[in-house]
Design a protein around this ligand. Structure first.
Ligand code: NZQ
Ligand code: ZN
Length: 389
């Protein structure tokens, strides 16, 4: 196991009606003037926004609002948010919604106390301070409610890039599984795929002797393959929603990834798809992950076979473990199809002729690679996109 530090200070309030405590927690964490940041309107239609506002009013906390965050959030609204925070003297940002609203809130939080262009942070500059961010989560997916990460798309050139900092971890996150019951089945499935992908990115490692995190990863994945079909069949299944919601947090606050090298190539490869075609990030991952797995399997066939046995109950073929590994990938594809996810470019609406453009915008130099498990060159990435056709 590698050396590591782990500091995950987010305070979680989980369960029914917890959004009514938003004001209490903002007060407790020192917010006096809040920006409520949300998406395209689902939180208005569900009445959640009103409940959150009532809760702030009860604590005499003043607020301003900024809605309109798009899925795959854009830089334009971040600039608007930064200006608003400066003008109104905002000291606390409360994101109400999914990963997109939360990531946009984190970008505003960093940009509002920085003299330069917030995009610097998405080009590698370290965040050294930020306004406090908190969340009321409405979709189990990105894990942004417990992570210090944020992903934004710069409209100019449609560049989708990430930034990360301990200053951007939410100080509190409110997770009420009931709030996810209004999600369309497709979004539920895309979110679930993202959660599984966050585990795969950590599971496929070259670090040896990481039994505890292997087993934690497998626990999250096993939970997902049990619970996701239950919520697809019955969107109001509270217990299944609850298990998925907590799995989404655990999958990405790095509890299951400490002490081991991680991969993350598939996420970078996917971000080009969601930037270009504006598809749901999880749906893009459903297309990329099986192709990536097929391409990199040779790096450690036994690790793929291990997952096939432990997750899908495949029979271990000791003479030809690659057969077991391949069966595991086939089972994953079947699972994704069964929950309504695309597994090919064609189903996603992506085009073969755009592959060179996507590889180019990833911006790798001749000697550069991405991915911690099997480093991939631009040619490898082209091959993976082609496998996904
Ligand atoms: O915008 P509204 O109207 O709220 O509708 C949203 C949106 O259309 C809708 N929705 C959310 N909760 C709902 C709901 N509709 C009905 N009922 C509800 N309860 O669902 C759609 C998707 O929402 P979004 O916030 O985009 O979803 P998600 O949480 O999957 O976030 C995706 C973004 O997160 C990034 C992705 O790249 C993508 O941009 N990621 C962020 C990460 C991080 N910060 O750590 C890690 C991830 O790997 C990921 O890259
Ligand atoms: Zn993701």
């Amino acid at each position: 196991m590698n050396n590591f530090t782990f500091y995950s200070p987010t305070y979680f309030a989980f369960g029914k009606d917890t959004e009514k405590e938003a004001g209490h927690y903002v007060h407790r964490f020192g917010g006096t003037k809040v920006l409520i940041h949300y998406g395209g309107g689902s939180v208005v239609r569900s009445g959640l926004l009103d409940r959150v506002k009532e809760s702030l009013a009860k604590e005499n906390i003043s607020y301003v609002e900024l809605g309109g965050v798009q899925p795959n959030p854009r830089s334009g609204l971040v600039y608007t948010g930064i200006e608003l925070c400066k003008k109104e003297g905002v000291d606390f940002i409360l994101a109400v919604g999914g990963g997109s609203a939360i990531d946009s809130a984190k970008a505003i939080a960093a940009g509002a106390v920085y003299d330069g262009d917030f995009w610097d942070f998405y080009e590698g500059k370290q965040v050294e301070k930020a306004l406090k961010v908190a969340t009321v989560l409405t979709i189990a997916a990105a894990g942004s409610e417990g992570s210090g990460d944020t992903v934004i798309t710069k409209e100019e050139g449609m560049l989708k890039r990430g930034a990360g900092s301990e200053y951007l971890r939410p100080v509190f996150s409110i997770l009420n599984p009931e709030l996810t019951q209004t999600l369309p089945a497709y979004q539920t499935a895309a979110g679930a795929t993202d959660i599984m992908a966050h585990v795969f990115e950590r599971y496929f490692t070259n670090t040896k002797e990481v039994e505890i995190t292997d087993r934690l990863c497998e626990a999250v994945l096993t939970t997902m393959i049990k619970e996701v079909p239950r919520v697809i069949a019955d969107p109001n299944h509270y217990e299944a929603r609850a298990n998925i919601m907590w799995a989404g947090m655990v999958a990405h606050n790095n509890l299951v990834g400490v002490g081991r090298d991680q991969d993350w190539a598939s996420h970078m490869i996917e971000h080009e798809l969601s930037a270009l075609y504006d598809v749901a990030h999880g749906a893009g991952l459903a297309v990329i992950f099986p192709a990536w797995m097929t391409y990199v399997m040779k790096q450690d066939v036994m690790r793929f076979a291990q997952l096939a046995v432990r997750l899908w109950g495949c029979h271990m073929n000791y003479a030809q473990p690659e057969e077991t590994a391949k069966e595991g990938i086939e089972r994953l594809k079947k699972f994704l199809t069964s929950i309504g996810m695309p597994i090919s470019f064609r189903e996603l609406g992506a085009k073969e002729e755009d592959i060179p453009y996507m590889v180019k915008t990833l911006g790798l130099g001749d000697q550069e690679t991405i991915g911690g498990f099997l480093p991939l060159t631009s040619d490898d990435i082209t091959n993976i996109y082609r496998l996904a056709l």
